[in-house]
Design a protein around this ligand. Structure first.
Ligand code: FES
Length: 569
C-alpha cells in the first residue's frame, strides 16, 4: 500500500489533535493498535425498525465486521437516515437525495478509508450509491437480500399480489378477513420484496454495475449465505483500499451499459431509469434517456414477477444473476471491472443455470420484448418510460380519449364515480405527480382501473402520468413524463376528450392538438406554488431536476472528492 491512508489524517496525528481523535474512540474499548495504521472501513448502515426490509442489518453488519477484521482492517459502523418504502410519507423518493447528502457528508467528514454500503429497501440503494460516488473512496455494496416467498392458501405470493388482492377485494372477490390473513403470509421472513420490484432491481443493478461481489442480488436475506457474502465483502473492501480501487474505476460507461442490458433481461423496475441516471451524473458518466432505448434486442430471460411467474428465492436457486449474465455474455462489455478488480466476466463464466423455467437461454427467451422503452412526442418532449414486459400487447399501439385527473386528490375523488365518462378504450391521465408537482414523485402512475370497468372484467388500460410506478406494479403504464405538468409540460394542458396516441414500437406519445392550440392553452396555466416555504421540502422543490435527468438536485450532481474543505484541527 503506497498511498497513505486517509484515516491517518486523524489517527496518525501527534499532539493535542491526535490525542482527541484517538482518545474518544478508545472509550468504546478499542485497543491502541487498532488505530495505528489499519485501513478504517466505514459500514454505512440503513438499519431501522421503520424500514422493515432493512431491520436485520445490524446482524448483517456483524458479518461484515468479521470479514474486515479477518483482512486486517478496522470497522466502524455508522447510521444514516433510512427509507422504509411502506411507511414513509408522502413517498420515500422525496428523501432519496437527502439520504445521499447524509451519506456523502458522513463519509467525507470522518476518518474512513473505504466504505461498505448496506442497502435494501428500494431507495436505500441509489441514495447510498449516489452519496458514495460523490466522495469516491473505495466502496463495496452489500444488499440485504429478498424475503422468502410468501405462502397463502397453498399459493406462492409476494408484493405484486398486493395489487391483485386489492383489486379482488374492490371487486368483491376477496373478504376483509382474507385480505387481513394474507398480510402476514406474504412477509414471512426478513428481507426486501421478493419479486423483481425496485429493491431487487437495485440489487441487480449494483451487481451488474460491478459494485458488489458475485451473487449479491438474489441470495435470500434469511439464507446463511447472505452472511457469508457480507463477510467476504468486508474482507474485500480492505483489499480495495490497499489497491485504491474506487467507484470511478468501476463505474465506467461500459458498466452503465451492462446495467441497462441486464435490467432489460431481468424485467427490472421502471425506477431503474431514474436512479441509474442520477448515479451516472454523480460519477460523471454522460448517460441519457436514449441510452435505455439502445438495448432493444435484449430479450426477457428471467421468469420473475411482476413480469413473470417466480420469485427472487427461485432466482437464486436457479443460479442467480451470474447465471443470467452468462446468457448475456455476447452482448455485455465483459472487460468492465468490478469490486473484485477483475473483469465482470469472471463473476459469471463459471456459473450454471439449474432451472430453465426460471432463467431462459438467450436464444429461447420468455419474451422477445424486454427492457424499458422511452417514448417521446409532443406529450413528453424529454421522454417518458414504459415497461413492455409488464404491459398488455394489445395496448402497445393505442389511440383513445383522455380522461383527465388534475392531481391525486382529483383522481381519488373520481376514479370510482359511476358517472365517470370512461370506457376500456379511454386513456387515464394523471397530472401533477412529478418531481416538483408532488414533491418526491410518488408511485401512483399505475392508477387503479375504474371500478365499473373492473366489474366488467377490464384488467388493463393505457395510463399516463408524470409520476412513478412501484417496481412491483404492472400494466400499460406510461410514467415519468417530462417535462412534468407542474412546470408547464404539455401534460398540464390535456383535457377530457383530447385524443392521445401511444405507439410503443415507434417510441411515440402524442396528443392530437395543434401547436397553436397547445401554446394557447399553456398561456392560461397558473404557476404552481411551492408546497412549503422552508426546510427540506422547499429545498427539494426548488432544486429537484426533471425525471429524464434522474430527479437529483441540481446542486448535487458530480462529486467533491474526499478532501475535507477546511480543517480546524
Ligand atoms: Fe422495502 Fe419493497 S417495501 S423493498
Amino acid at each position: 500500500m503506497d498511498k497513505e491512508l486517509r484515516s491517518r489524517q486523524w489517527f496518525g496525528k501527534k499532539g493535542k489533535d491526535g490525542f482527541i481523535y484517538r482518545a474518544w474512540m478508545k472509550n468504546q474499548g478499542i485497543p491502541a493498535h487498532e488505530l495505528q495504521g489499519k485501513p478504517v472501513i466505514g459500514i454505512c448502515n440503513t438499519w431501522s425498525e421503520l424500514t422493515p426490509c432493512n431491520a436485520h442489518f445490524r446482524e448483517l453488519a456483524e458479518s461484515v465486521k468479521h470479514g474486515i477484521y479477518e483482512a486486517g482492517g478496522f470497522p466502524v459502523e455508522f447510521p444514516v437516515m433510512s427509507l422504509g418504502e411502506t411507511l414513509i410519507k408522502p413517498t420515500a423518493m422525496l428523501y432519496r437525495n437527502l439520504v445521499s447528502m447524509d451519506v456523502e457528508e458522513s463519509i467525507r467528514a470522518n476518518p474512513i478509508d473505504g466504505v461498505v454500503l448496506l442497502c435494501g429497501c428500494d431507495k436505500t440503494t441509489p441514495a447510498l450509491v449516489m452519496g458514495a460516488c460523490s466522495v469516491n473512496i473505495p466502496t463495496i455494496v452489500v444488499s440485504g437480500g429478498p424475503m422468502l416467498t410468501g405462502k397463502y392458501r397453498g399459493h406462492d405470493i409476494s408484493t405484486s399480489d398486493v395489487w391483485r388482492f386489492s383489486e379482488a377485494h374492490r371487486a368483491g372477490k376477496m373478504t376483509d378477513e382474507e385480505l387481513f390473513t394474507a398480510e402476514a403470509c406474504m412477509t414471512r421472513s426478513r428481507g426486501h420484496c421478493a419479486v423483481m420490484g425496485t429493491a431487487s432491481t437495485m440489487a441487480c443493478m449494483v451487481e451488474s454495475l460491478g459494485l458488489t461481489l458475485a451473487e449479491n442480488a438474489a441470495i435470500p436475506a434469511a439464507d446463511s449465505r447472505r452472511k457469508v457474502l457480507a463477510h467476504l465483502s468486508g474482507s474485500r473492501i480492505v483489499e480495495m483500499v490497499k489497491e485504491d480501487l474506487k467507484p470511478s474505476d468501476i463505474l465506467t460507461r461500459q458498466a452503465f451499459e451492462n446495467a441497462i442490458t441486464v435490467n432489460a433481461a431481468i424485467g427490472g423496475s421502471t425506477n431503474f431509469v431514474i436512479h441509474l441516471l442520477a448515479i451516472a451524473a454523480r460519477i460523471g458518466v454522460d448517460l441519457t434517456m436514449d441510452d435505455f432505448n439502445n438495448v432493444k434486442n435484449i430479450p426477457l430471460l428471467a421468469n420473475l414477477q411482476p413480469s413473470g411467474k417466480y420469485f427472487m428465492e427461485d432466482f437464486y436457486y436457479a443460479g442467480g444473476l451470474p447465471a443470467l449474465m452468462k446468457e448475456l455474455h455476447g452482448v455485455l462489455n465483459n472487460t468492465a471491472i468490478t469490486v473484485s478488480g477483475k473483469p465482470v466476466a469472471e463473476n459469471y463464466l463459471k456459473s450454471e443455470c439449474f432451472n430453465r423455467e426460471m432463467i431462459a437461454a438467450f436464444d429461447k427467451p420468455f419474451n422477445a420484448v424486454a427492457g424499458i422503452v422511452v417514448v417521446k412526442g409532443n406529450l413528453s418532449e424529454n421522454g417518458a418510460v414504459l415497461k413492455p414486459s409488464a404491459a398488455s400487447p394489445a395496448l402497445m399501439k393505442h389511440t383513445g380519449k383522455a380522461v383527465v385527473f388534475e392531481n391525486i386528490e382529483d383522481y381519488k375523488a373520481k376514479i370510482d364515480d359511476p358517472d365517470l365518462d370512461v370506457d376500456e378504450n379511454s386513456v387515464l391521465v394523471l397530472k401533477n405527480v412529478g418531481p416538483k408537482g408532488y414533491p418526491g414523485m410518488p408511485e401512483v402512475g399505475n392508477m387503479s382501473i375504474p371500478k365499473k370497468l373492473l366489474e366488467k372484467g377490464v384488467t388493463d388500460m393505457v395510463r399516463i402520468s408524470d409520476g412513478r410506478m412501484s417496481g412491483t406494479g404492472f400494466g400499460t403504464v406510461v410514467l415519468h413524463v417530462s417535462p412534468e405538468a407542474a412546470i408547464g409540460g404539455t401534460l398540464a394542458i390535456v383535457q377530457d376528450g383530447d385524443i392521445i396516441n401511444l405507439d410503443v414500437s415507434a417510441g411515440l406519445l402524442h396528443v392530437e392538438l395543434s401547436e397553436a392550440e397547445i401554446i394557447e392553452r399553456k398561456k392560461k396555466l397558473q404557476p404552481q406554488e411551492n408546497l412549503s416555504n422552508r426546510g427540506y421540502v422547499w429545498l427539494y422543490q426548488t432544486h429537484v431536476e426533471q425525471a429524464h435527468l434522474g430527479a437529483d438536485m441540481d446542486f448535487l450532481k458530480g462529486g467533491s472528492g474526499s478532501s475535507v474543505l477546511r480543517d480546524s484541527h
